[in-house]
Design a protein around this ligand. Structure first.
Ligand code: AMP
Ligand code: ZN
Length: 433
């Protein structure tokens, strides 16, 4: 089903008109209510009156993560703190964390877009959903919770962790939908097998997986493991949390709810708009958010976009799976490497497990070294050394031909690489540059 027929299937020109009206209002709103934005817009040499249609968005300055960090905690808010009904804090790896807040209307917006997302994945009112994203300061758990409430689902608010208990709950209560990170779903499958359960016999028919990058190959793996439809959900705390974009069952890109989150894709080299189908950095403007609206926020996520109509009937643009981030891209000997490229290779090779970690190091005076640690099947690990070496070489050759950079491959026993109940840690950078 389509949750909001009107907004999700609107003709292109009608959508543009709504976006134009909303952009005009939000620019005036932040200019009048947020001193940091007043200054930013003034410094850019424009006035809110210069913004009349959605195409004028290009006249606006970008907002970057550092703007949020520099104005920590509340400097980019457009509402007094007491108007905020909920606050989330996402831990940054460096510097200050990012604080975001929701007014009552923002919480309604969040419920609305998450209801759209769950419906887009195939959920219908009356379904039972197991929410195994973390509840708390991370936006995943509560975002799904609000959307499921809005839709009229039966919610099992498991949060992440306590994996054996999750599996017992699934077996006994038989929820139809699972929501968690893709890596956690595979970790759950390992535990299930250990408990003597057959993952393919599970009650889950639909998975809504996101919060971390995962490849097409990983989708196949998850779908085969659990015998379910695995769909991709995208979002980030700064914009709203989960609910920015969601794949429908066509699985041909994530519908971005562009009547409220206006997307642009910016070419990394030229800084200009990338053409549809070409990769670039996703930039989002929140068109209706009140607590902390952001203009042209540079997400650091790399995607491509298409405006073609989807067979599901939705007319919203679709973004590709996240191809990487401008900041988790590692540069090894001058070559850009995204963990997703390596994941893709690993999952196409028989005998490897979808658990891997990249370790980059540079010994004094030497070149960067990229080591790919990858788990192999139990059976292969107990094979002769000769076979292991052959597999190692095969993986190395394929990665080197994709990346164009030399790598070391280390095969490790099953369960060597730390598991995560939330976002998986794929890169360990030991270089002190
Ligand atoms: P957070 O604000 O902690 O929820 O983190 C948001 C970031 O998680 C995004 O900017 C993306 O880099 C990543 N992310 C979220 N959803 C996805 C997804 N479906 N695929 C890939 N990366 C994702
Ligand atoms: Zn669709």
């Amino acid at each position: 089903m389509i949750w909001n027929e009107k907004m999700e299937t609107m003709a292109a020109q009608d959508l543009k008109n709504i976006q134009s009206d909303r952009l005009k209002s939000i620019v005036k709103y932040v200019y009048d209510n947020c001193p940091a934005y007043t200054k930013k817009i003034d410094n850019h040499g424009i006035k809110p009156a210069d913004i009349n249609t959605i195409d004028d968005i290009k006249k606006l300055p970008f907002t970057i993560k550092e703007d949020l960090r520099d104005s920590y905690p509340f400097g980019l808010f457009s509402q007094p703190i007491k108007q905020l009904k909920e606050i989330h804090v996402s831990s940054g790896t460096t510097g200050n964390p990012t604080v975001v807040g929701y007014t009552k209307d923002d919480l309604k917006l969040w419920s609305e877009v998450m209801a759209r997302a769950i419906a887009c994945a195939g959920g219908v009112p009356g379904d039972m959903i197991q929410i195994a994203y973390g509840y708390g300061l991370f936006t995943g758990g509560l975002g799904f919770h609000y959307g499921a409430l809005e839709m009229g689902l039966t919610i099992i608010p498991c949060s992440s962790g306590q994996t054996k208990r999750q599996l017992k709950i699934m077996t006994d209560l038989k929820p139809r939908i699972l929501a968690c990170t893709p890596s956690y779903s595979l970790y759950m499958a390992e535990e299930a097998r250990e408990m003597g359960l057959n993952p393919r016999a599970s009650s889950w028919e639909i998975g809504i997986f996101g919060a971390e990058p995962w490849s097409e190959a990983m989708r196949k793996e998850i779908e085969a493991t659990w015998d379910m439809e695995a769909t991709d959900v995208f979002g980030m705390s700064e914009i709203i949390g989960p609910g920015v974009a969601q794949e429908c069952l066509q699985k041909n890109g994530m519908h971005i709810f562009s009547d409220v989150f206006y997307p642009e894709v910016i070419d990394l080299q030229t800084g200009k708009e990338a053409r549809p189908g070409e990769s670039g950095e996703l930039v989002i403007t929140t068109l209706t958010k009140q607590g902390i609206p952001l203009l042209r926020y540079k997400t650091r996520d790399i995607v491509s976009i298409t405006y073609e109509k989807c067979a599901c009937g939705r007319t919203s643009p679709r973004i590709s799976k996240i191809k990487g981030r401008t900041d988790d891209m590692i540069i090894v000997r001058g070559i850009n490497v995204f963990p997703s490229q390596i994941e893709h290779v690993l999952l196409s090779i028989e005998g490897t497990q979808p658990h891997y970690q990249l370790v980059v190091d540079r010994k004094t005076g030497e070149l960067d070294e990229l080591e790919v640690m990858v788990e192999v099947d139990e059976k292969i690990f107990s094979d002769e050394v000769k076979k292991l070496r052959a597999l190692e070489e095969k993986i190395r050759d394929e990665i080197e031909s994709v990346l164009g950079v030399m790598v070391k491959v280390r095969l490790v026993e099953p369960k060597t690489i730390p598991r995560s109940e939330g976002k998986a840690k794929r890169v360990v950078d030991k270089r002190t540059l």
